[in-house]
Design a protein around this ligand. Structure first.
Ligand code: HEM
Length: 603
């Protein structure tokens, strides 16, 4: 893909005169003397070196009287080309009215062409490397098949979390992957728009591709970065390289067990409130409550209070706006990877941007207020711990900037509450369907003062069957050579199908679909001889894992899980309500899309 490509109006049409027809444009190689001589004027627009778009006005010697405008496009990554469109529009805004329209049309065409060239080249490289997969179309890739298969599956909700009915959970939440897996195996390539994704549900392949030194060759996919920017900013989830390592070093100690102990009170108080509301709700009724709604709301409140406090300053308002943003972003059914698809969601993007701006301003006020009073040591939330950590000698005195602190607060909120809430919600459902495990956990709570072993097994088993993060993604930062000789080209995304791996009978046995927490007693997932490493990935893998040598979220999740579950089991007996419909669905997370209705009987 060396050199440039030029877009020039064919047939001598002078589009600068305001009568361009997009169909007339032809792709011409630039660099031939007859075309690229004597540029009269050149404007380079774009914000980063790889985003260069040169609008070059040339005079062909043989067409002195009819100057053509030539747009030179460097073959850059198509996702970045959306930036180019924005930049081109900005540049064109300084020109006359019709020039604006022409520049816009040229830019759109340029983006599409660039994406087409890029996708075709990537497809060739992947096929050469031996990766097969369903045939994509341009510019949607395999999205039409994904949408059609999903539509055909959604009506098949079953009544309860009965294991036999749930045997095909993977095919229910990822019907397209199940179908392609049957044709192409556990590793194949599919396309979201013009973005190639290496689908992986084979732990051996995953280990070969990302284990050891290979791990550093993978980053977070660009294609999701922009979509998730309003949620995570440039916080830990999205940061890369040295910046990521620095953030992680500052943040990790704030999540230590000792620091989190100060949050037990917050968790217990919020949970008591939730249980009181449930107790009131069932008085005089049929005893049925949608526990998922309550648990999600409770977890959001806990993480907001634990992160930046909601009882003072503008905390409550930030919490409200973060929730509004989450609702907004969840609605969006984006055409991921499709060039220019963002332009179809302009209103929503604008709303998210405005909410983001308000949230940032409020958080900035909170941080400023904290900076003024940290010396008094009044607050024990994560924000204060981070402010304190930044000034400690252990971190080399490196403070996170206000901007970075804002992004981390948002990251904790979006990364931390829903995952924990979903783990708890699915747990309540499975315990309601398995009263013997409710009894076992109650007994453990009565008799044990230390480690709650059985509760640990239950948590692992729930995360295996219903992983709140049903997939983990990466993008190759460079060409990656696999031990078998295959090469994954730079820029290829990887989509690790956690649900498929967690429910694969070849990895977990013929009862893989059954709720059997005791399998984690005899068989800890990372130690069993016949089970490959990396077949249990609820928190991701490698350096970016949520639960790693340096813990980020696990301590908080584990503590909240224990507190909420213990308090709930002590207060109520749980049964699956007749109105419950089992409808697990992937909406970023793996959610019970019709809620979780349980009958609660006070104990
Ligand atoms: C059951 C609960 C949770 C689950 C299932 C979960 C899952 C995950 C997953 C799958 C990843 C991506 C890992 C990868 O790319 O390999 C991740 C990363 C992350 N999680 Fe969690 N998480 C949970 C709880 C939390 C909590 C409570 C917090 C913080 C308040 C949190 C903060 C983060 C952060 C900051 C990252 C990015 C780490 C990095 O890139 O270095 N998570 N989590």
């Amino acid at each position: 893909m060396g050199g440039h490509f030029g877009l020039a109006p064919a047939g001598g049409v002078d589009w600068a005169a305001g009568r361009p027809s997009l169909l007339w444009f032809a792709l011409l190689p630039v660099g031939e003397p007859s075309i690229s001589t004597a540029p009269q004027q050149s404007s380079s627009v774009g914000r980063a070196p790889q985003l260069r778009l040169d609008l070059v006005y040339i005079n062909r010697p043989q067409q002195e009287a009819n100057p053509n405008h030539l747009l030179i496009l460097r073959p850059i990554h198509p996702i970045l080309m959306e930036e180019v469109v924005a930049a081109a529009a900005a540049a064109a805004a300084t020109a006359g009215h019709h020039e604006l329209a022409c520049a816009g049309a040229m830019a759109v065409l340029g983006v599409l062409l660039c994406a087409l060239i890029h996708a075709a080249a990537a497809r060739r490289r992947l096929r050469r490397a031996g990766f097969d997969g369903p045939k994509p179309s341009f510019p949607l890739g395999n999205l039409p098949e994904i949408t059609a298969t999903l539509k055909a599956t959604t009506s098949k909700n079953t009544r309860a979390a009965d294991e036999d009915e749930d045997q095909n959970m993977h095919a229910r939440v990822f019907p397209y992957f199940a179908r392609w897996r049957a044709s192409f195996g556990k590793v194949f390539v599919y396309w979201l728009g013009t973005e190639p994704f290496l689908y992986v549900s084979d732990p051996e392949f995953l280990k070969a591709a990302t284990g050891g030194a290979q791990g550093k060759r993978w980053g977070k996919p660009d294609v999701f970065r922009r979509d998730r920017m309003p949620m995570f900013g440039r916080g830990l989830v999205m940061a890369e390289g040295d910046e990521w390592a620095r953030h992680r070093n500052v943040i990790a100690p704030a999540f230590s067990a000792a620091n989190l102990a100060g949050m037990v009170g917050v968790m217990a108080e919020a949970t008591a409130g939730m249980l009181d509301r449930w107790a009131q709700e069932i008085v005089g009724g049929d005893g049925v409550v949608d526990v998922e709604r309550g648990v999600v709301r409770n977890a959001a409140e806990i993480i907001a209070r634990a992160s930046f406090g909601v009882g003072q300053d503008d905390g409550a308002l930030v919490f409200e706006k973060l929730q509004a943003m989450q609702a907004l972003l969840f609605q969006s059914n984006r055409l991921v990877g499709v060039p220019l698809a963002r332009l179809l969601h302009v209103r929503r993007t604008y709303q998210a941007w405005r909410l983001g701006r308000d949230i940032d301003a409020l958080l900035m006020r909170i941080i400023d207020a904290r900076r003024r009073r940290t010396s008094k040591g009044k607050d024990d939330d994560l924000l204060s711990l981070l402010l304190a950590a930044g000034s400690s000698s252990k971190t080399g005195g490196k403070l996170l900037s206000t901007r970075q602190l804002i992004d981390e607060c948002k990251t904790f909120f979006f990364g931390g509450h829903e995952t924990t809430a979903l783990a708890l919600s699915w747990t309540l459902l499975l315990l309601a369907a398995h009263p013997e495990w409710q009894d076992a956990l109650r007994e453990e709570l009565e008799t044990t003062t230390g480690r709650l072993t059985k509760m640990g097994w239950v948590m692992n088993e729930v995360l295996r069957l219903y992983p709140p993060s049903p997939n983990v993604q990466r993008q190759a930062l460079e060409d990656i050579l696999l031990p078998g000789g295959q090469q994954v080209p730079r820029g290829t995304n990887m989509w690790v199908d956690v649900v498929a791996m967690h429910r694969d009978p070849a990895l977990w046995g013929h009862d893989a679909h059954l709720f059997r927490p005791e399998r984690f007693a005899a068989d800890p997932p990372r130690q069993h001889a016949h089970r490959p490493m990396g077949c249990f990935l609820p928190f991701g893998f490698g350096g970016r894992i949520c639960v790693g040598r340096i813990c980020v979220g696990r301590n908080l999740t584990a503590m909240e899980y224990r507190i909420v579950l213990a308090m709930t089991l002590r207060r109520f007996r749980l049964e699956v309500a007749p109105q419950y419909r089992h409808a697990p669905r992937v909406m970023l997370s793996l959610r019970p899309s019709a809620g979780i209705q349980l009958r609660l009987t006070p104990l």
